[in-house]
Design a protein around this ligand. Structure first.
Ligand code: UDP
Length: 328
């Protein structure tokens, strides 16, 4: 029988790519998204779509009455570290309250599987070490804290009610679907790879490199860029693991790339010069963030299929063919 999954934030970047992956695997996604940061056009054909916020309890209750969900995948959230330092309540209130209500309704509806879109930002990343699931948790921002709180709520939903959950801590999600029809779109854009490709497209004059005096090989920050379809794949794999127990996994490639390496790879992929200028450090940026994802490889056979070049190639196809994203 076809499984039906409630996907919150399915019009957003990682959410929409995961919806696509579910459809390709004969799973029926029902998307709820308020389109505040997501795009209606990002929701793949074949998915049900309800435009509503998660604080719209009537809409949510209606969905739980209408469908017998096999699982809930929760992507809908405010997700910018920098913004969370300026607007903490958007995160400590909205992310947590909306997530809590959703988790509670999921449990009350008798749905036993919940997948949380979590983040590397829950970790104390000052050590520069490769982070596995045993790394010290000390969220450096209200954003990371909001995800950590939801992870804790899920822990107790399992302990007390037997609702199984998977907390997936993404490192730097990037790249686009191979068919070029969907990709990353934020307004305003703050992420490195789309900004670099906007320079290649002539939409920006240069890319600013936020700090070149870090304690790294070339002085710029190092990140673990993981392809969005590899993330989507992880979401599907964890579903079956949830029959027995709750799980938490760090999702990255295990390879770090500096800002300058990203720019250089983009120059090679696009054939454009991509001028870069040095700029001050961005407050709150950890020098190095790299995942150890051995646990999900060992348990579920998950292996990232895309490296940095393939991430930038797929992103470039998307940006080149959709210079204004989804067109809003
Ligand atoms: N970055 C940069 N210039 C930009 C945007 C980002 O140098 O215009 C750097 C940023 O300081 C970080 C890395 O690129 O070291 C990745 O940033 P992004 O915002 O993509 O992801 P984050 O790691 O903050 O989640």
């Amino acid at each position: 029988m076809t499984r039906t999954i409630l996907v919150t934030g399915g019009a957003g970047y990682v959410g929409a790519h995961t919806v696509r992956h579910l459809l390709d695997n004969d799973i029926h996604p029902v998307v709820i998204d308020n389109l505040r940061t997501g795009f209606r056009a990002a929701v793949p054909d074949g998915a049900e779509f309800v435009e509503a916020s998660l604080d719209d309890t009537e809409a949510l209750d209606g969905l739980f009455r209408e469908y017998a969900f096999d699982a809930v995948m929760h992507f809908a959230a405010n997700s910018l570290v920098g913004e969370s330092m300026e607007k903490p309540w958007l995160y400590l209130n909205d992310n947590v309250v909306n997530g809590l209500n959703l988790i509670r309704r999921t449990a009350e509806a008798g749905v036993k599987r919940f997948v949380l879109s979590s983040t590397a930002n829950i970790f104390d990343c000052r050590t520069g070490a490769t982070l596995d699931e045993s790394a010290q948790i000390a969220p450096p921002s209200p954003y990371g804290e909001s995800k950590h709180m939801l992870e804790r709520i899920l822990h107790w939903a399992d302990e007390t009610l037997g609702m199984r959950s998977a907390c997936l801590r993404y490192f730097n999600a990037a790249g686009a679907h191979a068919d070029g029809g969907m990709g990353e779109a934020h307004d305003p854009e703050t992420h490195l790879i789309p900004l670099v490709l906007q320079v290649a497209l002539g939409q920006r004059e240069h890319i600013s490199v936020f700090g070149d005096d870090y304690d790294t090989a070339d002085g710029t920050c190092v990140r673990d860029y993981v392809h969005v379809m590899d993330l989507a794949d992880a979401h599907l794999r964890v579903l079956d693991a949830l029959d027995d127990q709750s799980v938490r996994y760090n999702l990255g490639t295990g390879s770090g790339h500096s800002v300058l390496e990203v720019i250089e790879t983009a120059r090679t992929v696009t054939g454009h010069a991509i001028p870069a200028i040095m700029a001050p450090r961005r407050p709150g940026d950890p020098p190095v963030l790299v995942a150890c994802s051995d646990a999900i490889t060992r348990d579920l056979g998950w292996r990232p299929r895309h490296g940095l070049k393939s991430i930038i190639e797929t992103a470039w196809t998307w940006h080149r063919t959709h210079p204004v994203g989804y067109g809003r």
